[in-house]
Design a protein around this ligand. Structure first.
Ligand SMILES: Cc1cc2nc3c(=O)[nH]c(=O)nc-3n(C[C@H](O)[C@H](O)[C@H](O)COP(=O)(O)O)c2cc1C
Length: 175
């Protein structure tokens, strides 16, 4: 898809008719891996949950009702980062941001992921409202990783309207 069209047409989708096949999901996650990272440390991780039983278990245990409903029929990708890697030098934070850089890199990773999904004809919903400890237990994610988002991926079953953005001048200053 042409890049501008991709940006214009991507939106958070909260109704899915189906998920995504393994081959396409792998393509999307490989694209996400191409995202830049601090010192090329590549501390972002993802757990692609495609097994229907585990998807349901995760949805019920780890998502609030709204996100459970909004992600029905989609597969779920949990994204995390290895703590103390990105933004660290000799085991010490390189500056005041610390592990915030790990979250920064994971955001880039996830941005690549949702755009790659759109490019292949799928839609996504990033969910920050989730119970990280329930996710950790169900999937078996080590304590060394910070769990950030759960991302629903699938075929859309709605045409969501465009969410408004603030005025350009409110968020950008040319100096
Ligand atoms: C970090 C993050 C967390 C989010 N968490 C949720 C969530 O828990 N539930 C939800 O329905 N949408 C969630 N969203 C989606 C936002 O509401 C959505 O991106 C925003 O309203 C702009 O709409 P658009 O994505 O369609 O452009 C989240 C988005 C981001 C980036």
């Amino acid at each position: 898809m042409e890049f501008k069209k991709l940006i214009d047409e991507r939106r958070s989708v909260r109704r899915y008719s189906s998920g995504i096949n393994r081959e396409d999901l792998e393509k999307i996650l490989r694209a996400a891996q191409r995202a830049p990272s601090w010192g090329n440390r590549q501390a972002s991780r993802c757990y692609a949950v495609t097994d229907e039983e585990i998807v349901e278990k995760l949805r019920k245990a780890a998502l609030p009702a709204s996100n459970q409903n909004n992600s029905a029929n989609a597969v779920l990708v949990v994204t995390t980062f290895e703590k103390g890697v990105v933004g660290f030098r000799d085991g010490e934070p390189a500056n005041e941001i610390g592990d915030g850089w790990g979250a920064y890199d994971l955001g880039l990773h996830d941005a690549y992921m949702i755009l790659a999904a759109k490019d292949l004809g799928y839609d996504t919903l990033i969910m920050g409202m989730r119970d990280s400890e329930a996710i950790r237990d169900i999937i078996g994610i080590p304590e060394s990783e910070e769990i950030l988002s759960v991302i629903a991926v699938g075929k859309r079953d709605e045409e969501p309207s465009v969410r408004p953005r603030k005025e350009f001048d409110e968020v950008v200053r040319f100096i």
